[in-house]
Design a protein around this ligand. Structure first.
Ligand SMILES: Cc1cc2nc3c(=O)[nH]c(=O)nc-3n(C[C@H](O)[C@H](O)[C@H](O)COP(=O)(O)OP(=O)(O)OC[C@H]3O[C@@H](n4cnc5c(N)ncnc54)[C@H](O)[C@@H]3O)c2cc1C
Ligand code: SF4
Length: 623
């Protein structure tokens, strides 16, 4: 059956009118990447159908909103999914699916099957808006050096460089409403920003802990544990996709309410819904539409996308099957889900690289108490960081890393402040004594987050196991994941750096790494224990390259094997570099959208030349 006009009755998530069985473009996934592509192509008049697996705003069972404040309030762990209405038919992988075993090792439940030596420790969200609904919103650019790690003897180089991406970085910063200080980014991070360049917003104010650390650390030097050089410490503001002032274009100002994960109550943080609100009338969003397989003709052209629609996520019987037809197909379903769709379809894989090179930024957390109050649990998750360990020849010896200064106390490391209260209660404290102890302990908390660059390794991969299926009957993703020696050396170096920083601050170090339920990413290296967390930065699974023999997509994110298929998102990134990846992903996706537009226009011109007379979009085709 083909999709028909039944979607017009969709629950409030309908943009444009969806009459036709053939679309110029079908986009699978309405996260950051899919929403940007739909906007770019919709603005140019192309008829875009967006298939989104998750629920929309008022798509929840019984009309309950998909974002549910009560669910968040009562959730034991304030993880990214904590405010999102559950969806039994379209589950999202959750960090709570993982647990460590006493004595070492881990167990995994939920959507992702895991069989690697170490766990892939990140989740993502399958809801309209995708993972960008609950992301932290840090939006730094990659450094020019991050595009060519092979110069340092590891990883893969990009087929494009910083210079080529620069105009798209600017466009992405504008779209996401990035707040940052251009002078700091130029002088302290080393980004070649044009003179006079202004970010969309002035920088957000530094937090109290940022200011404390800057007072005590700025200008101090510590020796790089892996390389004979001194690194000067400098607390630098982190670019943020959140508003430092209210504007008509980007919305209200950040009020510091500190619930960015899972949701920003004011709308100050960028989410893909903001882009969706600007979609033109030729974009149609179909929520509760789960793509399962792509169809291709013998020449390799993608001819359609098979998808299932459900009315009620609690009622599998409500599922119906459809096929959407379009001239161009864009997969934007997240690195892991894009790979899953390609593997399920048996497409785009002549290189045998689909699903391989799975990367994340493994994070070492260190946490402690400062001698003075830090004012935690206020503002975005992190407003500043230390940049000195990202660059230079040391990255040949160990994974380079960016250090985020955490504003939310020990939340990520140990749990929300209730944990501390429970520990003090167990210690026998009550009344005024308890209140004073809570104020003292919680009020002095701080944490550092060391985010390691992990390079592309074909052995880290997504495969499918047809014996293990999800509620819709599709094979679940099986993840095989491990950390290389390069990354483990980076983690060990990060702990040594942290020790020096704690000493300079006069801080009590409370970081402990022990095999057990709360640390599934526990491992030993050089005779010492460590544990890592996932950053949520899944990447690499449809890797970009210069040759079809060893990559899945070209520099435009177009599948080498299928000229009318684009596979977009962090899955295309050949290296993750030393910055949070979404801004770079947005930049490459905006660049790809231009190419898609050119292809669609070129096809229309070709058709016009071949058959004079009025040409409708239905007649367009890719060259
Ligand atoms: C807790 C957390 C914090 C983060 N913080 C940051 C940060 O501070 N800075 C940063 O740069 N990055 C951050 N990230 C990463 C960032 O969220 C991702 O890079 C980004 O959201 C990826 O966007 P995407 O559009 O590629 O995928 P997603 O946002 O995952 O969107 C994919 C969409 O596809 C839909 N979909 C999936 N399967 C199907 C299917 N079969 N059919 C139809 N639709 C489908 C999903 O429902 C979803 O809407 C964070 C991630 C997490 C988990
Ligand atoms: S701190 Fe609060 S207002 Fe600011 S982005 Fe985060 S949740 Fe939104």
């Amino acid at each position: 059956m083909t999709d028909g006009g039944d979607h017009k009755t969709d629950h409030g998530t309908h943009h444009g009118t969806h009459h036709d069985a053939h679309h110029d473009v079908i986009v699978v996934g309405a996260g950051v990447a899919g929403s940007l592509v739909a906007r770019q192509l919709g603005d140019r008049g192309w008829r875009v159908l967006v298939l989104e697996a998750g629920l929309g705003d008022d798509d929840g069972p019984d009309g309950a909103p998909a974002v549910d404040a009560e669910r968040f309030r009562s959730a034991r762990a304030k993880v990214p999914s904590a405010a999102i209405a559950g969806n039994p038919l379209v589950p999202s992988p959750d960090v709570l699916d993982l647990g460590g075993r006493t004595g070492g090792g881990y167990r995994a439940a939920g959507h992702l099957v895991q069989d690697g030596p170490l766990p892939y420790a990140s989740g993502y969200l399958r809801v309209n808006g995708g993972t960008g609904t609950a992301w932290t919103g840090l939006a730094p650019r990659m450094h020019p050096e991050d595009f060519r790690t092979a110069d340092f003897g590891y990883g893969r180089d990009w087929p494009i460089g910083y210079e080529e991406l620069e105009p798209y970085y600017r466009a992405a910063e504008h779209e996401l409403g990035v707040a940052a200080d251009p002078v700091e980014q130029r002088e302290l991070v080393g980004l070649p920003l044009a003179d006079g360049y202004a970010f969309a917003h002035r920088p957000l104010p530094a937090s109290q802990v940022d200011r404390l650390l800057a007072e005590r650390l700025d200008g101090r030097k510590i020796t790089d544990p892996s390389y004979p050089r001194d690194v000067e410490l400098r607390v630098v503001g982190t670019p943020q996709a959140r508003n430092s002032a209210a504007t008509e274009e980007h919305g209200p100002v950040c009020e510091g309410s500190a619930s960015c994960i899972p949701v920003c109550p004011t709308g100050a943080k960028y989410t893909p819904r903001r882009t969706q609100r600007r979609w033109g009338p030729s974009v149609t969003l179909l929520t509760r539409a789960v793509a399962g397989r792509l169809l291709a003709d013998p020449s390799g052209r993608i001819t359609g996308v098979e998808y299932r629609r459900y009315d009620d996520p609690a009622r599998p019987a409500s599922v119906t099957r459809h096929t959407a037809r379009g001239s161009l197909v864009v997969l934007a379903a997240h690195a892991i889900e894009n790979a899953r769709l390609l593997l399920s379809s048996g497409l785009a894989n002549s290189s045998d690289q689909v699903g391989r090179n799975l990367m994340d930024h493994p994070v070492l957390l260190t946490w402690g108490l400062l001698p003075q109050r830090t004012g935690p649990y206020r503002g975005p998750g992190s407003t500043s960081g230390l940049e000195g360990f990202r660059f230079g020849p040391a990255r040949a010896a160990r994974a380079p890393f960016r250090v985020e200064i955490g504003n939310w106390g020990w939340t990520w490391a140990v749990g929300p402040p209730g944990h501390e209260v429970a520990a003090l209660l167990r210690g026998g404290l009550f009344g005024a004594e308890l209140r004073q102890a809570v104020g003292d302990r919680v009020g002095r908390q701080f944490a550092l987050q060391f985010e390691m660059e992990q390079s592309a390794d074909p052995a880290n991969r997504v495969t499918l196991d047809p014996r293990r299926r999800d509620p819709l009957g599709d094979p679940r993703p099986v993840l095989t994941y491990d950390l290389s020696d390069h990354v483990k050396r980076g983690i060990a170096a990060a702990k040594a750096v942290s020790d020096e920083i704690f000493a300079l601050l006069g801080a009590e170090d409370h970081s402990t790494y022990a095999a057990g339920p709360s640390q599934p990413g526990w491992f030993e290296y050089g005779g010492r224990p460590y544990a890592y967390r996932g950053a949520g930065h899944g990447a690499g699974t449809h890797i970009m390259g210069e040759r079809p023999a060893d990559s899945v997509v070209d520099s435009w994110q177009r599948a080498w094997d299928h000229p009318n298929l684009y596979v977009v998102g962090c899955g295309s990134m050949p290296s993750l570099g030393t910055s949070n990846p979404t801004l770079t992903m947005a930049a490459i996706t905006l660049r790809s959208a231009e190419r898609m537009h050119r292809e669609l226009s070129g096809a229309r011109v070709t058709l016009r030349a071949a058959a004079p007379g009025p040409t409708t979009p239905e007649e367009t085709d890719t060259p």
